[in-house]
Design a protein. Sequence first.
Lengths: 202, 202
Amino acid sequence: MPERKPRKDAARNRQAVLAAADALFARCESPEGVTLAAVAAAAGVGKGTLFRAFGDRPGLLRALYEARLEPVREAVEAGPPPLGPATPPQQRVPALLDTLLCFKLDNRRLMLALEEGGSSSPYQADHYERWHDLLDTMLGQIPGLSDSDFTAHALLAATRADLVEHLAGHECVPRERMRAQLADFTARVLGSDPVRGLADEG
Amino acid sequence: MPERKPRKDAARNRQAVLAAADALFARCESPEGVTLAAVAAAAGVGKGTLFRAFGDRPGLLRALYEARLEPVREAVEAGPPPLGPATPPQQRVPALLDTLLCFKLDNRRLMLALEEGGSSSPYQADHYERWHDLLDTMLGQIPGLSDSDFTAHALLAATRADLVEHLAGHECVPRERMRAQLADFTARVLGSDPVRGLADEG
DNA sequence: TGGAATATGGACCCTGGGTCCGCTTCAACG
DNA sequence: CGTTGAAGCGGACCCAGGGTCCATATTCCA
């Protein structure tokens, strides 16, 4: 059980880096533009510290993501309907996708950096796998829907960070419109009445 | 009218680079692993020559892509049904997507490099825009289908290179199965009878 | 308070895209 | 042919950015 608690300064610096990275990603145009050296500088910390704390670039992104995602994760794992586990798949799948979309809209730059960041495909990341597994399971419970695995991938692909960024940033599609479009698309795929989306909630 | 034809050696070298790049992308595991220096070396050419001919990395990829795509482009622009322009949208949309999927399966590494290559999102690339515009137009002609713009994006997202690579490469989904899945998915989105895919042709 | 364990930070290394420029090769013209 | 100047060549070079290293500073526990 080698869980030694980190030193106080280490914890403080870790927080500083997280905060600085958050700020930089929020400000900067493209995630490529955010260098780790810049993050370290903004946090008032050396590069070495940053790398010691997070391992590498994806590590930092992941940490940032986990922190932001926490409330969502909780709502999905143990919250009330329509997000929580006690919801029938027909309602839960659209709710999950809508939540994911909103999350990506609220964290555009970060998600862009996370998903399209670099070398390895987003499909290797286990945060993707978590969403996919959940969706896959849900879809498997909807009668008349075959290929839940592929369908889950395809639905998730419709919420990919760079697509969201493109629509929101370049085509200037407003948030509610995008949510409605995704809801409509999802409904079509699920075979429900296409007109009934959700499109409320903040 | 400044269209001067290139010198013979320039043309030869251009071809050599194209061939070498093609070979390297086919061989190598991940497109990141293919260095421009390596391509130049494999082509028996200096880096300067390569950059003079193609401008930059994306330029090379684009050239490679255009070359490979040529027959497909032709079939789409002026070929017989179900790909050609004389096809009703209900049949043409699935045919286009199936063709695109097959193309990506046949050129996995290259498409991976092209789409997820680097800094700027694939949604800026005009090869994407071409596919999207075409699909958008087709979808717009299908009655009862709103949001053709978003739907086109979402359908194209289901054929993204890294997803295709993930399914074909890591999950080992066989070609025909994937085609069937995409056909089924497309049918659902279009609101056709979901059971009737296409899934023939080579 | 002593000293082992842990953290720090910035100089340093490496890789890979992209540029530069002196030299070579082509091809048009006499 | 030989001349000539423009087009092309190539590899040394530059730069940015991710990642490492280690002499030094800080913490924590006894």
